[in-house]
Write a protein that binds this ligand. Sequence first.
Ligand code: SF4
Length: 207
Amino acid sequence: MDSLQELNREIQSCKRCDLFFSRKRAVCGTGESNPQIMIIGEAPGAREDETGIPFVGRSGRLLRDVMGIAGLDMDSIYISNAVRCRPKIGKSPRISEIRKCSNFLRTEINILHPQILIPMGNSPLKSLRSVMGIDFGPISEIEGSIFVIGNIFVAPQFHPAAILRNPKRYERFKDNFLKLRNFVYDVRKMDMAEIEKNYRIRHINGA
Ligand code: SF4
């Protein structure tokens, strides 16, 4: 599969897991076609299930606000999810659902070649484990770190829903995005000396 249109048609007709039965719409990724950054959320919520568009509910608003404060342009990124259909109300997706859906994320990354992946929360980290064969660990231990895997950078953050549930995390979440703005600039220059000096970098061999 070599085009996003083809991929999105496959997502919209997918019946690989039980979430197919309860969804109104499968939610495809959206955004810039040549993105430097890909944000990977967890799964569609109620608004996303209604509209078919990712990150349009309260979490999406918080993310847009913080990205705006950090001076990061939402229009220059690509937004995707670990699973494309709404999980049972109030539940996170199950590992079996994440694994079945991870092929779509793998294909998106292969088509779009983003330099920086921002998985938000544990579900996208589990999906990336399927895609890249790397166990990054739980989000509570690694958020704010930046992993270097070949020529891809992975910068995990809490999911905005976790910030809404626990507002004490907001300042750190915002600070992480302010640092990410500078990081994005340094990655554009591919200034590895600056990158090594300024950020909590962890190198991982192979992917
Ligand atoms: S969550 Fe993913 S694997 Fe499951 S039905 Fe939806 S698109 Fe298919």
